[in-house]
Design a protein around this ligand. Sequence first.
Ligand code: NDP
Length: 250
Amino acid sequence: MSIHSVLVTGSSRGIGFGLVQKFLESDKVGLVIAASRPSATSELLTIKNKKLHLVTLDVTDDDSIVKAVEQVDQIVGSKGLTILVNNAGILQSYGFTDEPNRDVVNQTLDTNITSPMMMAQYFYPLLKRAADSQPGNTFSSSRAAIVNISSILGSIQLAQSSDNGIKKLLDYSVSKAGVNMVSRILSKDLEAYGIACTALHPGWVQTRMGGEHASITLEECVSKLAPSIMSLTQEQNGGFFDRELKAIPF
Ligand code: NDP
């Protein structure tokens, strides 16, 4: 087993749920920890697989994260947590021409930027344990890695008008640009500990967030995204890539 354990946040549906299914199918992965909010009505409960562990986690709630760390500690044991996938996210369709609403914007920033940052900090001891169990100076998703599910809308270089009357993606785009910076800085901060950090854009995917007119199905997304997450190396550390690991400008 080259990847001891993977934790996916926001796994009740959409891309998170699809990733959990792909990791369960993979011979490379030992333990799959599907984290989701308590209120989630989830298809996860119907999956019968010894590799699967369900954990309750609201990524915006520190108490919930601390409890999840304790549970995951028990599940992963001395080999630690190999991959943390910060997938949970929200899109609230907020645009410049809307009534100013600080709460809506802050909620998006809290879920999409602050929470991946907090998750990395709280889960750091378990990730470090995984990295320490494979000494050396290699960076890979087989050793220890944080993957932040970002969006091409967070690319400052590729930025388009976020509110042309149809699109209302101002807070969301800003949040994904922010999480890209989180990824880049963490890749530097964690370099000394052998933990990689990468931002990945999944594509425009048919989920509740992406909508039914999105360009690819969930299967088309996760059949590429999951293997990419499992094969990250030094080359991707600190970078921003699509689901097939083609580089995207920050
Ligand atoms: P969905 O809306 O289908 O699913 C979002 C998931 O995030 C749900 O499981 C939801 O849980 C969970 N979630 C939201 N807030 C929290 C929270 N506070 N704590 C824990 N879980 C939470 O979205 P997608 O699957 O499409 O998106 C997944 C990720 O991919 C997001 O980060 C998104 O920004 C990104 N992405 C998606 C694209 C797309 O086209 N779909 C394009 C680019 C990026 P619950 O069921 O409890 O609400």
